[in-house]
Ligand binder design. Structure first.
Ligand code: SF4
Length: 373
């Protein structure tokens, strides 16, 4: 098997949708009696029929997460380096045709942002850019990683998909993890929301985690953007992708995120609503499926939701995020990629987490543990 594309093509979206929506209560009960669940069982846990069992799923998710991760919660923060983008994505404020002021941080500006982030306590940072190969290609990213490496134990990245060789160069510069979301696994809907630019190539994006695995990147984050398509089917494909990657690149760690569409410049309304209860059901289902996968929660979600989700299976949470380049210290007023919902400070989130009996962790690993991987 040379890539996930071969597995992906053996599944049919409509058939999966029908199966998930036809699940019966008895099937949910049977799955919840099992110790270990399969991908087929996961389908049952994300079905509408499993909704009345959320409480039971939440208890199991809580216990499983504590067994594997203890009572810890990792904090992370994004550092937006650039809002330049050569793609059109209908749901994003940085989309190429949006008339916004474009900005890419200089070395001095990056360091100013880094000083602010460090003052908040973080020892791990997520670098984010739009997809503009000429401005924020591998050379720019290599320089940025080398520049900030002395300040952080771990550096993650959420930027344009790259070639395997480029990931290898970045890994050698100190890159630890890469997040790349498929947005939706529904090909026609994907095409509709990504009409122009390199991102319109569905297969290239789909095969990006394979290139990351082959390049030996320590951790890979995947996920879908909820609202573009039916969240249940997209989540099944994400789980399928996860299982394939775990089997193929077994030395790598994995993480899943759950972004729901948020307001931004050039609004697109969610096609399918995902309620708070749906999101809880999904988080618990992922945890019951997989003890080891990291589950991550961003500031897109509301204060109330984030307060409640802490003990239900997630393992990392962001705080005080700015989604505009220079948003912390350089140019606070520039346009954000999307609006943040939970605007509390890092200190307030830390306190909220500790009040629930969890210890806050500021980095993933000591750098010496991952050197040479
Ligand atoms: S989602 Fe990414 S690729 Fe698409 S417009 Fe926004 S920054 Fe560019």
């Amino acid at each position: 098997m040379s890539s996930f594309k071969e597995v992906f093509e053996t599944y049919d979206w409509d058939a999966l949708e029908q199966e998930i929506y036809a699940v019966k209560t008895e099937q949910v009960r049977a799955v919840l009696r099992k110790q270990k669940i399969t991908l087929e069982d996961f389908k049952i846990l994300i079905s509408p029929a499993a909704k009345p069992f959320i409480e039971e799923m939440a208890q199991r998710s809580n216990a499983t997460t504590k067994k594997r991760f203890g009572t810890t919660m990792q904090m992370y923060i994004p550092l937006y380096l650039s809002n330049e983008c050569q793609n059109i994505c209908t749901y994003c404020g940085f989309s190429m045709t949006n008339k916004i002021k474009r900005k890419t941080l200089t070395d001095a500006e990056i360091l100013k942002e880094v000083r602010h982030i460090k003052s908040l306590g973080y020892d791990h940072v997520l670098l984010v850019t739009g997809e503009a190969n000429r401005t924020v290609g591998t050379d720019y990213l290599t320089n940025a990683i080398e520049l900030i490496r002395p300040y952080f134990s771990n550096i993650s990245m959420e930027v344009q998909p790259l070639e395997r060789e480029e990931y290898e160069i970045l890994r050698q510069s100190g890159l630890y993890a890469v997040l790349v979301y498929q947005e939706t696994y529904h090909k026609a809907t994907y095409k509709m929301h990504h009409p122009k630019g390199k991102k319109s190539n569905f297969d290239y994006r789909l095969e990006t985690p394979d290139r990351l695995g082959k390049a030996g990147i320590h951790k890979i984050g995947i996920g879908s953007l909820f609202g573009l398509e039916d969240w249940r089917v997209d989540s099944f494909y994400t789980a399928l992708h996860l299982r394939y990657l775990q089997k193929t690149y077994w030395k790598t760690k994995y993480a899943i995120s759950f972004p729901r569409l948020r307001p931004h410049e050039g609004e697109v309304q969610p096609k399918v609503e995902m309620t708070d209860a749906d999101l809880v059901q999904l988080i618990c289902a992922y945890r019951i499926l997989d003890e080891d996968v990291e589950l991550s929660m961003s500031t897109r979600e509301s204060e109330v939701f984030r307060n409640h989700i802490v003990p239900l299976g997630i393992t990392s949470i962001s705080a005080e995020s700015k989604t505009n380049p220079g948003g912390y210290a350089v140019e606070k007023e520039s346009l954000e990629q999307f609006e943040i919902s939970d605007e509390r400070s890092t200190a307030a989130i830390k306190e909220m987490i500790q009040s629930q009996g969890y210890e806050v962790v500021w980095k993933d690993w000591e750098r010496n543990f991952t050197n040479g991987f």
